[in-house]
Design a protein around this ligand. Structure first.
Ligand code: AMP
Ligand code: ZN
Length: 470
């Protein structure tokens, strides 16, 4: 039974989609004003695991993730550089997808951009105005929180307490609002200033929260199954999305809300504003393979905080090396025909444990422990030349299943088998004896290309495989 911790109900719940035929999921995407940091990618890797596991469980999934390509930070950066917001965001959108690919994150089915859905946002704001849930003030439109008594049901905030608590940092536009908690749906933009769009309620640009309500409902319907994002989005972003969507449709917006915890550095949230961030590019430039970063980010269950250290990352590098080596060893070592019931049972147990752990709110660390346990036992069988053909095939199939969700065993490059390598080495020795150096070099080059490193020692030629980790 697959269960998730639902932030809305504050409990674990069995996952039952609203419709049997399809699971509809929305994950808040990046604000494309800069390169995303690995804290952001912790959330996106979590989204990828969630996506892949729903598919593993046989659900037919539609997965939407927005790109926030208009907001205050984007506008101010574009102004500084004297370019349009489109020129400003284009390279970061491309970089974001490159980084997602490098981290092995599958792309969402639909990735709508805010700037391409302004009409949908305008329609939604119109509805809220008609229902008295929004009001105009000095050309901007605000959401009237007093009109939505359920406000706070997701984040469980105490409205009264929060207002006093926030008094030190009330928005600059506080005097334009009926209540300090009210948030902007549409921000007034004076003539001559860009970017701005014309709406029946005036020239302006959207507030941040409205885009996710408008785009999720456009692609997934007024009520859908899963909405996810980082824990910092729970309040106010997701709380506001609920107020906007349910305030307009009078229907439940989302059944399951999932929030992932922070990646931290020295006990603080990784954030650009704190200057403690590493982009994926920073880390790759230091020579770390992206698959190790993926491993590190997913190795801790998503609702636990994770502290980033380079020591931890180096640990992840040796772990993914071990995983890749194991797969290679399985594929290339000699196995005798038949099956060993102990190994067979071990593999089946590991598959069961993996699924039980992932069913339990995606408990990746328990799932990984079971995989590592299986690997240890099979490695012993390999070392004792005790691996049987049927078990080798079972183990390879199990890895394929684990990896359809986790993506940590490395790419399936075509491997060259031990027998073939040894034959080629012999042939190279023969060629050298006959002083056919061209042939000898060609063989060496071929083996190098296949990732085989030759070492000429006084006891003959030794060889080993180079681990690619791409
Ligand atoms: P942004 O581009 O700022 O809208 O953030 C994109 C996603 O990254 C959001 O879901 C955030 O909640 C998430 N996020 C931001 N910082 C961190 C962090 N340090 N750890 C985990 N997730 C984060
Ligand atoms: Zn959002």
């Amino acid at each position: 039974m697959l269960r998730f911790y639902n932030t809305l109900t504050a409990q674990f719940e069995e996952f039952k989609p609203l419709n049997d035929d399809k699971v509809r999921m929305y994950i808040c995407g990046p604000t494309v004003w800069n390169f995303a940091h690995i804290g952001n990618f912790r959330t996106f890797v979590f989204g990828d695991i969630l996506r892949r596991y729903l598919k593993f469980k046989g659900f037919n999934l539609i997965h939407v993730m927005n790109l926030t390509d208009v907001d205050d930070r984007i506008i101010s950066e574009a102004r500084k550089k004297n370019i349009t917001i489109y020129e400003m965001t284009a390279p970061y959108i491309q970089a974001f997808w490159e980084d997602m690919d490098a981290l092995g994150c599958q792309r969402p089915d639909i990735a709508p951009r805010a700037t391409e859905h302004i009409n949908e946002m305008i329609d939604l704001i119109k509805k809220l105005l008609e229902k008295g849930r929004a009001y105009e003030s000095k050309g901007s439109i605000y959401y009237r929180i007093a009109s939505f008594p359920e406000y706070g049901k997701l984040s469980k905030i105490n409205l009264e307490g929060n207002i006093t608590g926030a008094s030190g940092r009330i928005d600059a536009d506080k005097y334009d609002k009926e209540n300090v908690r009210d948030f902007a749906l549409w921000k007034f933009v004076p003539e001559g200033e860009e970017p701005a769009w014309n709406a029946p309620f005036g020239r302006g640009r959207p507030g941040w929260h409205i885009e996710c309500s408008a785009m999720s409902m456009k692609y997934l319907g007024e009520s859908f199954d899963i909405h996810a994002g980082g824990i910092d989005l729970q309040f106010p972003h997701h709380e506001n999305e609920i107020a906007q969507s349910e305030g307009a449709t009078e229907k439940p917006f989302v059944k399951y809300w999932l929030h992932s915890e922070f990646l931290k550095v020295d006990g603080e949230k990784m954030a650009k504003s704190l200057g403690n961030e590493f982009t994926l590019r920073d880390i790759l430039a230091k020579g770390f393979p992206p698959i190790a970063i993926r491993y590190l980010l997913l190795s801790v269950p998503y609702r636990n905080q994770l502290n980033f250290t380079f020591e931890g990352l180096r640990g992840a590098v040796s772990t993914v090396e071990r995983l890749e080596n194991f797969k290679l060893a399985l594929r290339t070592t000699k196995a005798t025909a038949g099956s060993n019931p102990v190994i067979k049972e071990l593999i089946e147990k590991s598959l069961r444990e993996f699924e039980e752990a992932m069913d339990d709110d995606l408990n990746t660390s328990v799932a990984l422990a079971s995989i590592h346990n299986m690997i240890r036992e099979i490695n012993t069988a390999i070392a004792n030349e005790n691996l049987r053909e049927d078990d080798r095939n079972l183990a390879l199939k199990a890895i394929e299943k684990f990896d359809s969700v986790l993506g940590i065993f490395g790419k399936d490059d075509e491997v060259i088998l031990d027998d073939e390598i040894e034959k080629l080495i012999e042939e190279r020795q023969e060629a050298r004896k006959k002083r056919d150096f061209a042939r000898a070099d060609a063989i060496r080059a071929y083996l190098t290309e296949k990732g085989i490193i030759l070492e000429d020692t006084k006891d003959g030629v030794r060889w080993k495989r180079k681990i690619s980790l791409t």
